[in-house]
Design a protein around this ligand. Structure first.
Ligand SMILES: NC(=O)c1ccc[n+]([C@@H]2O[C@H](COP(=O)([O-])OP(=O)(O)OC[C@H]3O[C@@H](n4cnc5c(N)ncnc54)[C@H](O)[C@@H]3O)[C@@H](O)[C@H]2O)c1
Length: 479
């Protein structure tokens, strides 16, 4: 199949590369000339596991790059739209990039194409897409429109794409159904998984990817509702964490107890500093506006958003309580990306927290395995420094803050960390450690939804309750 993918960002590039991996001839298009030049030269502009190998495997063979939508439409049977759909000032999805692409596609169509909306969009976008194509001169019999929402997660995008929990295809006609089914056939009949060169998957995966075929409107709703539901799970556990913190329970034990009910499941039940990234914040907002347009007030989503914002403020309060004053304090910050395994900093809770700390007069020395270059573009201040490893970031600091759940931050050499900090205080927004482990290593350890852990040898009697307003437990130190 000849496929064009318009937009070569996190979703578009992964989709283009994976379609080539499935045996299709793919043209990946972006209006960003620098990005296309990089890709043509074999460089990959985002950090994503397996992406460099696959670009290398298919570039110049089944995978080409272009800045021309016209060329892409001309050379393909299926055109996927994967441009951004950011949040507008009113909270709804800004569909101007989708509209611009639709206009370009309309003027380039000569023979029959299926135009597939893969960006996350509000329900009924396929209808607007169809109208825009017609308004801009495409003949009614020269195209059909379909929806194929994407569920990949940054950090595991390639394996998520190739080993999906399910594929969702929203179609209103037989031509789209048949074309989309054949594009994904290597996954749905399992033949891709039997190839020796297939990208490996660790864990449980279906032998054949399940496919759900719906009408276009239902497919569009599935995507928004899925993201809103996941965000709701995160806000729910964060709300419970606040109760756990007050009464001195342990949210990690509570999560495990809740999540082991198979009707609930353990995923997305990690208490922390709230969700971020380029999807959940904007998609929950956009879905709430969709509901408003349907004369339904989705108050549940309003609360999900409120709890999420409050989680940042509560974390900042923890930092202030732990350090008393912030002006002139040096903070070692571990993590800039919105989550582990990605360089994406869009709507990163870490950046939001750092910005407030800097405003309040603190100095920050930050480390992230891959997100530093992107963070440097947005955190413009002379009170932030960047380190080359976690220990340098923590060196001489008044407290260490853990803001992103990178695996390496959960495996720090605590003795080494203890030896470089000025004061042994760790404030962990991701619950990467067991409190007693940290106290035994000599740290005062603040986390989310759990009592503050204090090494037995430190005597700030009464302080934990009056200053931290969090319950505290003492543990004997080792060594
Ligand atoms: N990032 C994710 O984890 C994820 C997951 C599922 C769905 N989505 C959805 O997929 C869509 C894309 O997200 P993303 O993270 O890949 O965005 P992105 O910002 O990384 O990429 C979008 C790309 O589109 C390009 N573009 C914009 N206008 C263009 C035009 N007229 N012609 C050609 N290219 C154009 C931009 O230059 C950019 O490279 C969004 O709707 C998002 O909500 C994202």
């Amino acid at each position: 199949m000849r496929i064009a993918v318009i937009g070569s960002g996190y979703v578009g590039l992964v989709a283009a590369v994976c379609f080539a991996e499935l045996g299709h001839d793919v043209l990946s298009v972006d209006s960003d000339h620098d990005k296309i030049a990089l890709l043509r030269g074999g460089q990959v502009p985002i950090h994503e596991r397996f992406l460099p190998e696959l670009v290398n495997r298919h570039r110049g063979k089944r995978l080409c790059f272009s800045t021309s939508v016209t060329e892409a439409v001309d050379q393909s049977d299926a055109v996927f739209i994967t441009v951004g759909t950011p949040q507008s000032e009113t909270g709804e999805a800004d569909l101007s990039f989708v509209e611009a692409v639709a206009q370009e596609i309309a003027s380039a169509i000569s023979d029959f194409k299926v135009i597939i909306e893969k960006s996350t969009v509000p329900v009924r976008t396929c209808e607007s897409l169809r109208k825009t194509l017609l308004l801009n001169g495409a003949r009614p019999d020269s195209f059909s429109v379909a929806s194929n929402p994407e569920f990949l997660r940054e950090g595991t995008a390639v394996t998520d794409f190739l080993y999906p929990d399910r594929l969702v295809i929203g179609v209103d006609d037989a031509a789209s159904a048949s074309l989309l089914s054949s594009i994904y056939r290597p996954l749905t009949d399992g033949s891709y998984y039997r190839q020796e060169s297939a990208i490996p998957f660790v864990g449980y995966a279906h032998a054949q990817a399940p496919i759900i075929v719906t009408d276009t409107k239902s497919a569009e709703l599935i995507k928004h509702a899925s993201n809103a539901f996941l965000a709701m799970k995160i806000s729910f556990i964060n709300a419970v964490a606040n109760i756990a913190e007050f009464v001195g329970a342990d949210i990690e034990q509570v999560s495990a107890g809740i999540g082991s009910d198979s009707r609930i499941g353990t995923k997305f039940l990690n208490a922390g500093i709230g969700y971020g990234g380029s999807c959940f914040p904007k998609d929950v907002q956009a879905f709430r506006v969709v509901a408003e347009h349907c004369n339904y007030e989705f108050g549940l989503l309003t609360e999900v958003i409120r709890v999420n914002a409050e989680q940042r403020s509560r974390f900042l309060k923890k930092v202030r309580n732990a350090l008393w004053t912030l002006r002139g304090k040096r903070l070692g910050v571990l993590g800039l990306a919105f989550k582990g395994d990605t360089d994406d900093i869009r709507e990163s809770p870490a950046l939001e927290i750092i910005s407030v700390l800097l405003k309040e007069g603190a100095y920050v020395c930050a480390y992230d395995p891959v997100a530093i270059p992107k963070a440097k573009e947005v955190l413009d201040t002379n009170r932030i420094f960047y380190a080359t490893d976690p220990y340098t970031a923590a060196s001489g600091c008044d407290a260490v803050l853990i803001l992103t759940e990178w695996k390496q931050f959960a495996q720090l050499d605590l003795e080494k960390l203890r030896s470089v900090v000025k004061h042994p205080i760790v404030i962990d927004g991701r619950n990467l450690y067991r409190p007693q482990e940290m106290a035994r290593a000599g740290f005062v350890y603040h986390s989310i939804g759990r009592p503050v852990a204090i090494p037995e040898c430190m005597s700030f009697d009464g302080e934990s309750d009056s200053m931290h307003r969090e319950s505290a437990i003492r543990f004997a130190t080792t060594g």
